[in-house]
Ligand binder design. Structure first.
Ligand code: PBG
Length: 330
């Protein structure tokens, strides 16, 4: 070799990219099944699987099949499932009373799953929208979502869920003061170990469309959710919301939706250093699944890349409808 006389790059970052083993060795983040929470939709009946048109590949499952899915989750190393009900429109009322029925779909499924797969975590949403004939997360009067009246309903709902054996409650309603009310109720009913993963920074988003289909709320929603869910233009406000929820007794916090809000995930994790989750919501799932089905993107790679991005932004875990697919792949 002649001595090098010509200028050469002083730094060659490509050295560490030259083959798979070294890329793996220096990778800054990883994605594992234990980072995933699998949201599952429930429907009444026995041996029932009902496809959701706007979420190709996702089905509503009757409780017996949800138990099978829970077994599969555990086998795949997924630590937790989140259950959502499709409620028969006949059982939806302005007061959302079905929300605290001890025998409602989510409570029944929770009991069945905890009995069959005790080592698997079960998370339930605390919010009225699957049960409310107005499609809102709160109680309505004269077209207004009432904060403090809603808190009373949420407290009842949360206690019924804890009683059913839910490990994690996920208040997703965005009423002011709800974490404090729920934590207080849990403490005073000997549910001091029930965890709260607060949907702390939840935005009024168009990405939830397919979910409302899935829980049968499409067409029911009067108006929009902008008086309680956050304005997508705001960041500092998300930090204030997280601070409030932590002070009121949340153990973990969530940012929702996911991919369009990675800046929020990063700031929350950096500022508070608490377990931080993101929800890759139904609309995000639908976009990837639709483009994938058309052959416009490589679905598996886009799925992995997006989930890795959540980890890079600082998320400890992700709620994703892709959970079983990804867990099988990695
Ligand atoms: C209920 C709730 C919603 C989602 C989770 N919990 C919908 C909403 O707030 O309108 C959305 C999840 C998804 O889109 O995948 N409050």
């Amino acid at each position: 070799m002649p001595p090098i006389t010509a200028p050469f790059p002083l730094s060659r970052p490509r050295r560490l990219r030259q083959s798979g083993w070294i890329r793996d060795m220096v990778a800054e983040v990883s994605l594992s099944p234990s980072d995933l929470i699998w949201p599952i939709f429930l429907v009444d009946g026995q041996d029932m699987r009902v496809p959701i048109a706007s979420m190709p590949g996702v089905e509503r499952l009757s409780v017996d099949l949800a138990v099978e899915a829970a077994r599969e989750a555990a086998d795949l190393g997924i630590p937790c499932v989140a259950l959502f009900p499709y409620t028969d429109p006949a059982r939806k009322t302005p007061g959302a009373e079905e929300a605290w029925n001890p025998a409602n779909l989510v409570n029944t499924a929770t009991r069945a799953i905890k009995a069959a797969v005790p080592g698997l975590g079960v998370m339930l949403d605390v919010a009225l929208d699957p049960y409310n004939s107005d499609g809102h997360d709160g109680i309505l009067r004269d077209g207004m979502v009432l904060n403090d009246e809603t808190l009373v309903a949420l407290e009842r709902q949360a206690l019924a869920q804890a009683e059913a054996g839910a490990d994690i409650l996920g208040p997703s309603d965005m009423m002011d003061g709800r974490i404090g009310v729920i934590r207080q109720a849990l403490e005073s009913h000997e549910f001091q170990d029930t965890m709260i993963l607060s949907y702390a920074a939840k935005y009024a988003s168009a990405y939830y469309g397919p979910f409302r289909d899935a829980v049968g709320a499409t067409g029911m929603l009067k108006g929009d959710k902008k008086t309680y869910q956050m304005d997508p233009r705001n960041t500092d406000e998300a930090l204030r919301e997280v601070a409030i929820d932590l002070a009121e007794g949340a153990d973990m916090v969530m940012v929702k939706p996911g991919l369009a809000y990675l800046d929020i995930c990063a700031r929350v994790k950096e500022k508070f250093g608490v377990p931080t989750f993101a929800y890759q919501v139904s609309g995000e799932y639908a976009m990837i699944a639709a483009a994938g089905a058309n052959g416009w993107i490589d679905q598996d790679r886009v799925m992995l890349e997006s989930l890795t991005a959540f980890r890079r932004a600082g998320c400890d875990g992700i709620l994703t409808y892709f959970a079983p697919t990804v867990a099988r792949m990695i």
